[in-house]
Design a binder for this molecule. Structure first.
Ligand code: PMP
Length: 397
């Protein structure tokens, strides 16, 4: 049998395209933030992770341009060899200060960060990764690699601390363990039960890694993320994150104890064998960090915007996953309805993300909406009105 048979037989995307309902890979031709242009038409963006609206900020753009002028367009080497710039070191030390940790290490993407940390720290026969079932795909990739290197993988029910304890209590108490969880879950937007998670980590002799991709700039003091949200900065061992959301750029980072960061620097293959983040990306993230520190009102406005959407979408009769982050999922319940709703919203001038099965379980198909501090009430009202009209048309409300 030909290896490519599965590719030739895969027609689901073509079938959806033929119906005019395909929502993916739509090219954005211009991006002002809350409003983007697609197929020559302006649409209100309700699905971006550009949480603080900084991708269009003049200071962020200028910092990127200046970095290109000074350092060129790429680093052409890994951090380990010829790819370390003074800019990388400056961003690492600024982030360490921001999070109040001993050290920070940059990776080239957030995805690579999880893949770089997990199998580097957990790889021996008697070692365990203990992971939430709804963790992000990059954590899953890291786990799979750890398992391939002879470590053990245990998964617990989504954000269910009783189930985490059930799993931990079966493992040898003195075995090395890493509990991994999204801080804010990327699909549902829920916040991890961190107080209980760190309590269990202590009780069962485990280290912790929290993925704050959707937490930084969103929750915690001044947007400092999940540990800060619960005053548990000293209890979380490692916090990782991305520059592709609040930081308006591209890249990833891990923050923690200096000896652990030093170990990752010298053993993590995703770091050592991949080129370092570009000067423009690092400079943009640095400029975004400055703005995050100087203008905490952006975090407050982001949450105010998301809360307004939660309240008004629920009041209109939609089933939403409640929460207090920037992510507001509207449950639709099946794939066909999800594609149809996406198309109608798009035609009404609103762009959202569609999550279908098997990406989400059957019945949890959703319009995953997310908000930015740069949304004004006029944008939000426009989105709500479009949802109401479309929701009634397809019989969802
Ligand atoms: N972790 C989580 C929870 C995410 O949602 C994402 C991106 N969607 C990543 C990591 C990966 O980040 P990046 O885009 O920098 O690869």
């Amino acid at each position: 049998m030909d290896l490519f048979k599965k590719c030739h037989d895969f027609t689901r995307a073509d079938d959806i395209k033929a119906l005019g309902l395909y929502p993916y890979f739509r090219a954005i031709e211009a991006n002002e933030g809350p409003v983007v242009q697609i197929e020559g038409k302006k649409v209100v963006m309700a699905g971006s992770n550009n949480y603080l609206g900084l991708t269009a900020h003049p200071k962020v753009k200028e910092a990127s341009l200046n970095a290109i002028k000074k350092y060129g367009t790429g680093c052409s080497g890994s951090r380990y060899l010829t790819g370390t710039l003074d800019l990388h070191i400056e961003l690492e030390s600024r982030l360490a200060k921001f999070f109040g940790t001993e050290a920070v290490l940059l990776y080239s993407t957030g995805y690579q960060t999880a893949q770089g940390i997990i199998p580097t720290l957990v790889q021996g026969k008697g070692e365990y990764v203990v992971s939430d079932k709804d963790n992000h795909a990059c954590i899953v990739a890291g786990q799979v690699m750890a398992k391939g290197l002879t470590a053990n993988l245990e998964r617990y029910k989504h954000n269910d601390m009783a189930d985490l304890e059930r799993v931990l209590s079966k493992l040898p108490i003195d075995s090395p363990k890493l509990i991994v969880s999204d801080g804010v879950f990327s699909t549902g937007g829920e916040i991890v039960d961190l107080p209980k998670l760190v309590e269990l980590a202590k009780k069962y002799n485990a280290r912790t890694l929290i993925d704050d991709a959707h937490s930084v700039g969103v929750i915690g003091k001044g947007g400092r993320g999940t540990a800060s949200e619960f005053n548990l900065e000293k209890e979380v061992d490692l916090t990782m994150g991305t520059f592709s959301k609040t930081f308006a750029s591209l890249g990833g980072f891990v923050a923690g104890e200096e000896r652990v960061i030093n170990y990752l620097k010298h053993h993590s293959s995703a770091l050592i064998f991949s080129a370092s983040p570009t000067p423009a990306s690092v400079a943009a993230a640095l400029a975004a960090l400055n703005i995050l520190e100087e203008e905490p009102w952006r975090v407050e406005k982001l949450i105010k915007n998301a809360n307004k959407m939660r309240t008004e979408l629920a009041a209109a009769g939609f089933t939403i996953i409640d929460g207090r982050t920037a992510i507001v999922p509207v449950i639709v319940g099946n794939d066909e309805l999800a594609f149809a709703m996406w198309r109608k919203l798009y035609d009404a001038g609103v762009f959202v993300n569609v999550f279908i099965s098997p990406g989400v379980p059957q019945g949890r198909q959703m319009m995953r909406t997310s908000y930015m501090s740069s949304h004004e009430d006029e944008h939000l009202d426009f989105i709500i009105n479009a949802f109401k009209t479309v929701g009634k048309e397809i019989g969802l409300i």
